[in-house]
Design a protein around this ligand. Sequence first.
Ligand SMILES: [Cu+2]
Length: 128
Amino acid sequence: MACGNGPPALTIRARGTDLAFYPKRMALSAASTVTLTFENPSNLPHNYILVDGNEATLQAVNDAAQAAGAAGDYIPADMTGMYAHSPLLQSQTIKDFSFMVPSAGTYFYFCSFPGHLAGGMRGVLTVQ
Ligand SMILES: [Cu+2]
């Protein structure tokens, strides 16, 4: 979790064939830039998309991601409802990405690779 001195840094992981993020819950401070290290030692491609804490937004962004398709790495070109996203990580890769933490509130993150949201690959970010 982000605390103490220095820029906040967090690690998120996928595992094996699980359709899940570890951790499933994260907490950050508002108005900071965070660097997230995404480790994907699993057997599947994954990404991380941060959206507002609204189920309808989550589903709409996931629908847009499916429309973007493999050619778009399942990431909508239109950032509507999105606060940040990682690149698509192939199996056995690690990537860092940075983003500005949004204002205080509850946000959802999920993987838009086909079938992964339906499989439960999602989590909750709390910003204080
Ligand atoms: Cu995934």
